[in-house]
Design a protein around this ligand. Structure first.
Ligand SMILES: *Cc1c(COP(=O)(O)O)cnc(C)c1O
Length: 339
């Protein structure tokens, strides 16, 4: 095999040796199967292709200084996938089976887990799709669960840094009572235009306000938002955002650091009051926000005056990474060791 240049990996797909599959037929899930095929052979009338019966997840495995392989909170991803399945009428996949599939795929692709020193990790992508043929709008009677992995580079190649975001009002990612709280591909299709607009204009990502009133903060592209002020970690409460596991973990760590944690609607104007703010998710853990531009209203909310990440974001970032890589104790049992 060609040597992998661990220090120059991007967030892209690289073929690995195996994926794990499980089929739902006759009303039940079968056994986990190890597969070396990269492609899926599915019916052209599969519901995932026509009616968006598709759910996915994203998590990572990290190689520690001690050589051990750690996966961060797979049980939380399993539970979120179950919630998504209930949301779009797909059969739930048990937490036990989910964690077993993750363990199996990570173990089978062990040679693709980047070394500790590289700061890179192994991205794990589970998906669950309706494969049964259906022309009328109904849930399928057959499903496929697949989990594959691909090594990905460290998000911050030049070190932990801030990014600019832009408020987009032309397009919504999700409706208040829509599928925003579920991790479905359809939300991403809905976000592509806003995301392209933001990237074309030189921003890291689009920034969404709530779809109904356009008054409150929803999400930063495909990441949750948090702001910090007066020793308080503030994150939006909304019916259209995806419950981020990174955000949930950061809320716990903020509390442990003696901060107050608030989950409530955050009006756009409140952006002027934050000492620090960030976008959070599995990919970057925290992507600190430099500023948020509201082009239509000729406003720019400058969060980082000196363009650098704030001290609390930095502390939270390093704390969570230390738990993920096994550099520090894991008091909440967040980490699953694969051996
Ligand atoms: C996956 C996702 C996130 C981040 O969730 P994590 O569990 O922290 O990775 C945030 N927002 C959206 C829309 C997402 O799809």
């Amino acid at each position: 095999m060609k040597e992998i240049d661990w220090s120059n990996l991007s967030f892209g797909y690289m073929k690995t040796d195996y994926n794990v599959r499980c089929y739902y037929r006759d009303g039940k899930w079968g056994e986990l199967e190890l597969c070396s095929e990269e492609t899926l052979n599915i019916h052209m009338a599969a519901t995932c292709l026509h009616y968006g019966q598709e759910a996915f997840e994203g998590l990572k495995a990290y190689r520690g200084k001690d050589g051990k392989i750690r996966v961060f909170r797979p049980d939380a991803n399993a539970e979120r996938l179950q919630s998504t399945c209930r949301g779009i009428l797909m059969p739930e996949f048990s937490t036990e089976k989910f964690c077993e599939a993750v363990r199996m795929v990570v173990k089978a692709n062990e040679r693709f887990i980047p070394p500790y020193e590289s700061g890179a990790s192994l991205y794990i992508r589970p998906l669950l799709i309706g494969t049964g043929a259906q022309v009328g709008v109904h849930p399928a009677n057959e499903y496929l669960f697949v989990v594959f992995v691909t090594p990905v580079g460290p998000y911050f190649k030049g070190g932990f840094a801030t990014n600019p975001y832009v408020i987009i009002r032309e397009y919504d990612r999700a409706a208040p009572l829509g599928t925003g709280t579920f991790k479905v591909g359809g939300n991403y299709a809905a976000s592509l235009r806003a995301n392209k607009m933001a990237h074309d204009a030189g921003y890291a990502s689009e920034f969404y306000l709530d779809a109904k009133e356009k008054k409150y903060i929803d999400e930063c592209g495909a990441a949750n938002f948090f702001g910090i002020k007066d020793n308080t970690y503030v994150t939006p409460l909304s019916t259209s955002i995806l419950p981020s596991i990174t955000n949930r973990s950061l809320m716990q760590l903020a509390e442990d650091m003696g901060m107050k944690v608030e989950r409530r609607p955050i009006p756009e104007e409140e952006l002027t009051t934050f000492e620090e703010a960030g976008a959070c998710g599995t990919a970057a853990v925290i992507s600190p926000i430099e500023r948020i531009d509201d082009l239509e209203n000729h406003k720019s909310y400058v969060i980082s005056k000196d363009g650098k990440p704030g001290p609390i974001s930095e502390k939270l970032y390093h704390k969570l990474r230390a738990i993920q890589y096994g550099d520090e104790p894991d008091p909440y049992g967040w980490v699953m060791i694969v051996d």
